[in-house]
Write a protein that binds this ligand. Structure first.
Ligand SMILES: O=C(O)C1=C[C@@H](OP(=O)(O)O)[C@@H](O)[C@H](O)C1
Ligand SMILES: C=C(OP(=O)(O)O)C(=O)O
Length: 435
């Protein structure tokens, strides 16, 4: 039985500055590329969240030496073609990024193995990656068409592909690019809308040649990578919870230090601006690899808006917390083109609608999004996390504006992406009380 966490505040205000933990997407990729490359890779600012720890465990089983000391990681790899066959299943836990990117990586390796996941991950669609990978010649099967984990992979010779992606997904794009790196010939991937480009940027950091033009990315196979140093900026998807809190709670103003500002991830900042919150970019650096900097978000009256189209992939993981924000905005917020939310750790359209409805929000689920009318006062009550870290954090942030306490059924899942979330929440509220 998982414990219930009660979150309660008395007229809170959020003040001060925080450095949120390392970016989850970039942390996964640093371990993956450091393990594919030959030699030593040093990672700083690694996210020690559960999902990224699963990625480390997997490469250790493949014979890569990985030493972690807090957020510093040292990888010494013999290179992808010298990995060994694991003796046990490779377990991706709750992490969709681990599972899908590993399918691409393993396809072009010389390893034979089986990839498994937890109950939630075992229900998430894998055909979006197994279909293009199989057409590159990859041997991936489970006897049931390759839709779900567990999946068996026999790595070997694969060939390049020219692929038009049916869904906007950085995981699909990255799985194909990772396979393309070790395939014969050229691999071309075309996206409908540009999704996060961390894989492309980090390939370049490891010395690979990769071309990006508009929505098309191409890579020539057979390139050997060499270990390098990687600095992981703060995760804007984690910062988003406190950005929304600062925007919603009267009197609040918070500085987010060294947070990732890659334009394929900053949809949340655009939405906060358009809804009326005060957004100031204090400094910006690191353009070559991953841009990052300090952003100040302060409260101001909020208004509803439509969020749809090409901005969606740039804020896909922020939509649960944006839905909470919309309950406090004047007018209607319409979220569309976000059907992908239905195949995350849980069906986030159904889950967000159920939980915010329990608090008295005026929210309606649509096939590909949500319609929210505001502003509405929110009561307290018992909320479910569905084992989904983003739902758990949304529930905790709701407690900042709810009339009474909120009980979260299972808040431990928050450690998937933000292990010290409650410490940071307490820190910002305490700084607000002291002013
Ligand atoms: O590539 C990545 O690191 C991610 C891509 C997104 O998933 P999709 O590719 O399924 O959109 C996102 O939701 C996930 O949290 C991380
Ligand atoms: C969807 C997410 O991650 P993943 O797909 O890696 O499980 C997330 O972190 O919100």
């Amino acid at each position: 039985m998982v414990g219930t966490k009660t979150v309660q505040f008395d007229h809170p205000v959020l003040k001060g500055k925080i450095k949120v933990p390392g970016d989850k997407s970039i942390s996964h990729r640093a371990i993956m590329l450091g393990s594919i490359a030959q030699g030593r890779t040093a990672v700083k600012g690694f996210l020690d969240g559960e999902d990224c720890l699963r990625t480390i465990d997997i490469f250790k089983q493949l014979g890569v030496s990985i030493e972690r000391s807090g957020t510093d990681v040292l990888i010494d790899s013999p290179g992808i073609y010298n990995w060994k066959n694991p003796t046990n299943d490779l377990y991706a836990g709750n992490s969709g990024t681990t599972a899908r990117l590993m399918l691409g990586i393993l396809s072009g390796s010389a390893v034979t193995c089986r990839l498994t996941g937890d109950e939630s991950l075992s229900k998430r669609p894998m055909k979006r990656v197994t279909v293009p990978l199989q057409s590159m010649g990859a041997s991936i099967s489970n006897g049931e068409g390759g839709e779900y984990l567990p999946l068996s992979i026999a790595g070997g010779a694969i060939k390049g592909i020219d692929y038009n992606m049916p869904v906007a997904s950085a995981q699909v794009k990255s799985a194909i690019l990772f396979a393309g790196l070790n395939a014969e010939g050229i691999t071309v991937v075309k996206e409908k809308a540009v999704s996060r480009d961390h894989t492309e940027r980090m390939f370049k950091q490891f010395g690979a040649k990769i071309e990006q033009e508009g929505n098309t990315v191409s890579i020539t196979g057979g390139q050997l990578l060499k270990g390098t140093n990687v600095i992981v900026p703060g995760d804007i998807s984690s910062a988003a919870f406190f950005m929304v809190a600062a925007a919603m709670v009267e009197g609040s103003s918070v500085d987010f230090v060294d947070v990732g500002l890659n334009p394929t991830r900053t949809g949340i900042i655009e939405v906060l601006r358009q809804m009326g919150a005060q957004v100031e970019v204090i400094d910006q650096k690191g353009e070559a690899g991953e841009p990052y900097g300090t952003i100040r978000i302060s409260h101001a009256p909020l208004k509803g808006m439509e969020i749809s189209g090409t901005i969606i992939p740039t804020l896909i993981d922020e939509l649960p917390i944006i839905a909470l924000l919309a309950t406090q905005a004047e007018g209607t917020t319409v979220i569309k083109d976000a059907a992908e939310l239905r195949v995350k750790e849980t069906d986030r359209i159904a889950a967000v609608t159920n939980e915010l409805t329990k608090l008295g929000a005026q929210i309606e689920a649509t096939e590909d999004g949500m319609i929210i009318k505001g502003p509405t006062p929110l009561s307290g009550g018992n909320l479910e996390s569905y084992g989904d870290h983003r739902l758990g954090m949304m529930a905790a942030i709701a407690a900042l504006i709810s009339e009474s306490s909120i009980q979260i059924d299972d808040a431990s899942c928050i450690a998937i992406s933000y292990p010290n979330f409650f410490d940071h929440l307490t820190k910002l509220v305490t700084a607000g009380n002291e002013e």
